[in-house]
Ligand binder design. Structure first.
Ligand code: 2M8
Length: 443
């Protein structure tokens, strides 16, 4: 499918750089200007990838800021709050993390995590530094040496705290940890969450989108806050949370990202002579790659999450079903997944504005074209799929995703997400990781 661009490459590049500049607070880039006035963990990784095309030192700074918020357990929190803590709810007070001893002094954070894309971003920074040479190269290589143990601690924490039984899948305790907040993947699990008394709250997110119906509703938010309250009640203690939290799901997409990132970090470890850690990381990569492959539904061909409390597989047809393309795996599995991705339920669905996978298949009864994680197309995910395709030796698929993405992003709105059939940008505009994705696609 061919598509038309509304702006030249140079116009897209300049507009994307402008978005990142306007969202730059100096040492952190906010995820979006109004809706998300703080740093989000996996957004920061994509932002770093985009920034590394503009300024390697600034890209390094982004990861350094994120690492300054790492807990002593190794966890990297999903939000690092800027000083403008009143602009977003729930803020640090509601998270109740100020009294948590594992949190580094002087940095306010949430108490949960998000998918570990960071080592992939680090690989980009090192590669860009080496391409540019000179001070960019020395800064990137010095940063790799200086930060390596912290990335290692992050991956080890995920493995130990979130997969203590060695299933090869990471357990999450909140939809926010998946980054796919209200995806229909989580509907059944949330359906079983029965909130107790939740402290009163006033949302701010709905003030910053054109139509509040695009966002999760208040009943969903009540459950989100209930889970926070449950975890906060035990100080986010890794040993205690699984025993009391009402949401326990093995997240296949998160696990695939851990596999891919661990493999990437292993390569970096070898380059700096950490062979023991490299071997450990390769073992992690293969454990989670196998874990992901084992979830594939023989009927749909999609990878599945697992609801721990219900003891059930989750078979909703969402883009997370393509987790094996991210983790890598056996040739036959990846070929089947690529066919599915290009097929009539996904990139080839009739009438799509751009041949890009919606977050939920339009063929699924759960599909909602304008509602957040229930159907719209998310540009940063397409960059991740493109990156993985190239790593898997699939330049052609990467090229297809690139072409369609640049057409989509040539509206210069840098939407948080897009209506799949009209191509309309939705949610927050000038979203940082969307601008970053454009910059990386253009390179
Ligand atoms: C969205 O999540 C936050 C909560 O973490 C929110 O809705 O308030 C998700 O899209 C998530 O994946 C993303 O990291 C975050 C910032 O862009 O926004």
């Amino acid at each position: 499918m061919t598509c038309t661009r509304q702006a030249s490459d140079e116009q897209i590049r300049q507009a994307a750089v402008k978005v990142l500049r306007l969202n730059d607070l100096g040492t952190m880039t906010t995820a979006a200007p109004n809706l998300y006035p703080h740093m989000w963990s996996w957004d920061a990784a994509f932002v770093t990838i985009g920034l590394s095309r503009v300024s390697v030192p600034r890209a390094i700074q982004e990861l350094r800021t994120l690492l300054s918020a790492q807990w002593s357990t190794g966890m990297i929190p999903h939000i690092v709050f800027s000083d403008n803590a009143t602009g977003y709810f729930p803020g640090p007070e509601r998270w109740g993390t100020d009294s948590v001893a594992a949190r580094p002094a002087g940095v306010r954070t949430s108490g949960i995590c998000q998918p570990p894309v960071h080592a992939i971003a680090l690989r980009h920074v090192v590669d860009r530094g080496r391409e540019n040479g000179g001070s960019d190269q020395s800064a990137a290589e010095a940063f790799l040496e200086e930060s390596f143990e912290q990335w290692m601690a992050w991956h080890r924490w995920l493995v130990d705290a979130r997969d203590p039984d060695g299933t090869g899948l990471i357990e999450i305790h909140h939809g926010w940890e998946s980054g796919f907040d209200n995806s229909p993947r989580w509907d059944a699990a949330y359906g079983r969450v029965r909130p107790g008394r939740v402290e009163p709250f006033t949302r701010r997110d709905t003030l910053h989108v054109a139509d509040a119906a695009q966002r999760p509703d208040d009943a969903e938010y009540t459950k989100y806050l209930w889970l926070v309250q449950q975890m906060e009640s035990v100080g986010y203690d890794d040993k205690l949370v699984p025993g009391l939290v009402d949401f326990r799901v093995r997240d296949v997409f998160f696990s695939a990202i851990l596999a891919a990132s661990s493999d990437g970090l292993a390569g970096l470890a070898e380059e700096i002579g950490h062979s023991t850690e490299a071997a450990e990381l390769r073992r992690i990569a293969s454990r989670f790659q196998n874990g992901v492959a084992a979830t594939v539904d023989p009927v749909t061909g999609l990878a599945r999450d697992y609801d721990v409390r219900a003891g059930e597989w989750i078979s909703t047809r969402t883009v997370s079903g393509f987790a094996p393309l991210i983790s890598g795996g056996e040739k036959a599995l990846l070929e089947a997944q690529r066919d599915l991705l290009r097929g009539p339920e996904w990139m080839g669905y009739r009438g799509l504005a751009f041949a890009l996978p919606p977050s939920t298949s339009p063929g699924s009864p759960a599909f909602k074209p304008r509602t957040y994680w229930r159907g719209p197309v998310w540009p940063f995910l397409n960059l991740l799929l493109g990156w993985a395709s190239r790593r898997n030796g699939q330049e052609e698929l990467c090229g297809e995703l690139r072409e369609a993405s640049l057409c989509q992003l040539s509206d210069l709105a840098f939407g948080e997400y897009y209506e799949p059939f009209t191509g309309e940008p939705l949610g927050s505009l000038a979203q940082s990781w969307t601008a970053a994705a454009a910059l990386e696609w253009l390179a």
